[in-house]
Design a protein around this ligand. Structure first.
Ligand SMILES: Cc1ncc(COP(=O)(O)O)c(C=O)c1O
Length: 422
């Protein structure tokens, strides 16, 4: 059993610090160039969908439904991909629109449409509100926070737990009519890996809100991204909200970005009929229809929901060993010392590491100076500021496993050194 650092006597502590400092100098001398910053798929993972580059075949440009994918139009996307994705998510295909490559683009659109014109339930455009407040479960996804920051919203942090955001706080905060929405990543949340419980989903669907146009951005980016043999349950929040009398509450997002090829997949927006009609009314002016060739290519590559799950099992085979290695090294090097805690996700792309409060920036800097690039400390918080300066998001997906191991061993040294300095 390791002795917690704060139980060491001064002499033991000094000896340990000398040892860790030596290790750090050795680390620096290696002139590493390692990167654990962004949750991108590795090239091994991208290879799983290599056939996409030859699809759709040169003679298969008419869909089963008779749509010529080479032409303009079809702004909802082709029926076959909408049906496939509805099956994957367990929702009604009539509520699903298939778009271009990025769900983040649609999220930006939704906020900007609401800002400029108001939603279908808004008394006025959000730009004409004195203030718009937005709930941000923390730690969370930096790009979400950046969108709402861009429009000048006041970002209100809400603590994330194992089953989703602290719903007691959420239910109180949303009574304020200036609070117009909340960011949610319901499955394998970025960065903690938490999976929202059914109860959390039900409470979000049913809660009373001060704003008539309150929206939950339900960004189900990791709906099927398991490392285990089990796939997570994806609750049908659209049906839940309709049953609770709040049919327009959810803007449900998804994409194939980390399933096929990131940045050239298919995005999805699912919502109530009224919400979709509102979106169509503005998106139809923005463009003349999505890339349907790519949608057909995805139908041909994936086949059906079981095809998607088969592909996700390959991803799991590639990702699991990297996550296992990262967790094992943290346990070996930091376990029991009382200097760090970390999440043990069952899927997704991230591990959330909490170090000694006040030292996250120092850990980040020490790592950088040793050639290990980590996502900037604080980036999982609104405006990039972690009030306790303790959280670091680790993304082990992209580098080869040997590099993940080397980087994580280095990170452990930096965490220890920063803790000892303190
Ligand atoms: C929670 C979350 N949503 C959305 C995205 C990006 O999705 P897309 O590629 O569909 O724009 C990411 C990518 O990391 C993500 O982590």
């Amino acid at each position: 059993m390791a002795t917690p650092l704060n139980e060491l006597d001064p002499r033991e502590r000094e000896a340990l610090e000398a040892d860790v400092r030596k290790r750090y100098e050795e680390l620096k001398a290696k002139n590493l160039q390692l990167d654990l910053t962004r949750g991108k798929p590795s090239s091994e993972q991208l290879d799983f969908s290599q056939d996409l580059l030859a699809l759709p075949g040169k003679d298969t440009y008419i869909t089963a439904g008779g749509v010529d994918v080479r032409n303009y139009g079809g702004s909802d996307g082709i029926a076959e991909i909408r049906e496939l994705w509805a099956e994957v998510l367990g929702i009604n295909p009539d509520n699903v629109i298939a778009g271009d490559a990025s769900s983040l683009n649609i999220m930006f659109d939704l906020i900007s449409f609401a800002y400029a014109f108001g939603t279908n339930d808004s008394p006025r455009p959000w730009s004409r509100e004195e203030t718009v407040k937005w709930l941000c479960p923390v730690p969370g996804y930096d790009r979400h926070f950046a969108i709402t920051e861009q429009f000048g919203f006041e970002l209100v942090p809400v603590p994330m737990g194992e089953n989703g955001p602290d719903m007691g706080s959420v239910e109180k905060l949303v009574l304020d009519p200036q609070v117009k929405g909340i960011w949610c990543v319901p499955i394998y949340a970025n960065p903690t890996g938490a999976v929202y419980s059914r109860e959390t989903a039900e409470r979000l669907a049913a809660m009373e809100t001060g704003a008539p146009d309150f929206r939950v951005i339900w960004d189900n980016a990791y709906a099927v991204h398991t490392f285990t043999d089990e796939f997570p349950e994806n609750p049908d929040v659209l049906a839940m909200a309709a049953e609770a009398g709040n049919p327009n509450r959810f803007w449900y997002m998804s994409s194939t970005s980390k399933i096929t090829h990131a940045g050239s997949g298919v995005s999805f927006f699912a919502s109530s009929k009224d919400n979709l009609d509102w979106y169509r009314g503005i998106a139809g002016i923005r463009g003349i229809g999505p890339n349907k060739e790519n949608q057909l290519a995805h139908v041909e590559l994936l086949g059906d929901a079981e095809g998607v799950r088969a592909l996700m099992r390959k991803h799991a085979g590639s990702l699991r060993p990297k996550f296992d290695a990262a967790l094992r090294i943290m346990e070996d090097r930091l376990g029991g010392l009382g200097v760090a805690s970390w999440t043990e996700p069952q899927g997704g792309y991230f591990i959330s590491l909490d170090v000694v409060p006040g030292t996250a920036t120092r850990v980040w800097k020490l790592a950088k100076e040793a050639g290990i690039n980590l996502t900037k400390a604080g980036s999982a918080f609104p405006h990039g500021t972690d009030p306790e300066n303790r959280n670091i998001r680790l993304a082990p997906s992209m580098p080869p496993i040997e590099q993940v191991e080397e980087a994580m061993d280095g990170v452990a040294t930096c965490v220890l050194l920063a803790a000892l300095e303190r």
